[in-house]
Design a protein. Structure first.
Length: 72
């Protein structure tokens, strides 16, 4: 599992359903959002985007909610 650090928050990869993982958006020790990919292809795209430095603001969490993390 991997953790990506962004300005003011982290994205933490966690076990979910066998090979499918979730991504928790954590700020000050509190999970604000959990990104649930639809499938392994979507999961791979999320990892690629995070590895390239993308910010999660504006992303869909997989449950119809738009992610917005306020910088503190």
């Amino acid at each position: 599992m991997k953790t990506w650090t962004r300005e003011g928050y982290e994205v933490v990869e966690v076990d979910f359903d066998h090979d499918l993982h979730q991504f928790e958006v954590v700020q000050d020790g509190e999970t604000l959002f959990t990104i649930t990919p639809a499938d392994l292809e979507n999961q791979a795209q999320i990892i690629t985007d995070l590895d390239s430095g993308e910010d999660v603001n504006g992303w869909d969490d997989g449950n119809g909610n738009t992610i917005y993390v306020e910088k503190k």
